[in-house]
Design a protein around this ligand. Structure first.
Ligand SMILES: [Zn+2]
Length: 341
């Protein structure tokens, strides 16, 4: 342990010369149980080591130019037996002796910038819930494309690949993981019941003109352009077709949450569409706000991805290929990870 820490120290000191990240505050959260170090840097230099025998977790932040000088050892967080603090030239270290059978996870989070130690009795520490919503299903095939390919099948494949990419790090909930019919109302109900932190609905676009191609992402908005409104109307029409009154799906979040959710959805959608279209070699049709029934009822940031046009030969060859579906899922997963961490 001592030797390890010495090595760590040398490592940190080397970086300390070129970076600075200061601890602004240390807090303990009780639900979920966390020790939080607020930092003034997005990409801090830090290191963490855990010694099983002594049950000691060592965390050190490097590049410290201004030491945090409030004493953090007066009060102990849950699951922690003791804390020892060490200040070195250019770095700040903490030894946390954990109680028996406590698991930990150290991560860097953004907004605000912080280093978080999650502590739990469960080995499986997952903080965020991602709800994946493959559109349509069962009697509702969605749009029909080239060679009679069905939207419901393409989006289910992508959804399942996305789940596989995320399940290690997130609580992943799928509104459907097989070919079954789920009403739009129930999709948002599932998301809210599971406490979704983000909702990702996957669809494929349709147009009678085969020259229309590319991907685009929608977020919920009460106002929309005529184009975005027409896409929302089209997707909502499937709900209506199967007996659902989509206008009865109420927006659950209040005005403040509505603005906040939209504020979070827009940059996420915008980064994703730029990067994903590039990765897939597809046209980027941008992001649009529209009144999608499925997004309206969800009480968290949510997006609806139209992964491509099912009747466009160019898009069809991409979105109907397993390897491309996997590639797409990988890229979406990366953006979801960046959104949270
Ligand atoms: Zn659809």
């Amino acid at each position: 342990m001592v030797k390890k820490i010495y090595t760590v120290l040398i490592f940190l000191l080397t970086f300390a010369l070129s970076f600075s990240s200061n601890i602004k505050n240390v807090r303990f959260n009780s639900f979920p149980t966390q020790v939080v170090f607020d930092l003034d840097e997005t990409k801090p230099i830090y290191i963490s080591e855990y010694d099983e025998t002594s049950r000691t977790l060592f965390v050190e932040v490097g590049g410290v130019t201004d030491h945090y000088d409030k004493k953090v050892t007066n009060k102990l967080p849950k699951y922690v037996e003791s804390i020892q603090e060490y200040k070195y030239d250019g770095s700040h270290g903490f030894f946390l002796k954990l109680q028996k059978n406590i698991f930990h996870k150290v991560s860097i989070r953004k907004n605000p910038n912080r280093l978080v130690i999650d502590l739990s009795k469960s080995r499986n520490i997952k903080q965020y819930t991602v709800v994946i919503d493959p559109g349509h299903g069962g009697k509702d095939s969605g749009a029909i494309g080239i060679k009679n390919v069905k939207e419901k099948d393409i989006v289910l494949n992508i959804g399942k690949y996305l789940r596989d990419e995320l399940k290690e790090d997130f609580n992943v909930v799928m509104t459907r993981d097989r070919d079954e019919f789920i009403s739009l109302t129930n999709r948002s109900r599932i998301a809210n019941k599971k406490g979704a932190d983000i909702f990702v609905s996957i669809h494929a676009n349709s147009s009678n003109q085969s020259s229309h191609n590319g991907m685009e992402i929608f977020y919920f908005s009460k106002k929309s352009s005529p184009y975005a409104a027409s896409v929302a109307r089209y997707e909502n029409s499937f709900g209506e077709k199967y007996g659902e009154n989509t206008s009865s799906i109420v927006q659950i979040a209040g005005e403040i949450a509505y603005n906040k959710n939209q504020e979070k959805s827009i940059p996420f959608a915008s980064n994703l569409t730029k990067n994903l279209s590039k990765t897939m070699g597809m046209r980027n049709r941008g992001i649009h706000g529209a009144n999608f029934a499925v997004l309206r009822g969800v009480n968290c940031p949510g997006i609806l991805i139209e992964v491509g046009f099912i009747k466009s030969p160019k898009d069809y060859s991409i979105i109907n290929s397993r390897s491309h579906q996997k590639k797409m899922a990988k890229n979406i997963a990366e953006h979801i990870r960046n959104y949270f961490y």
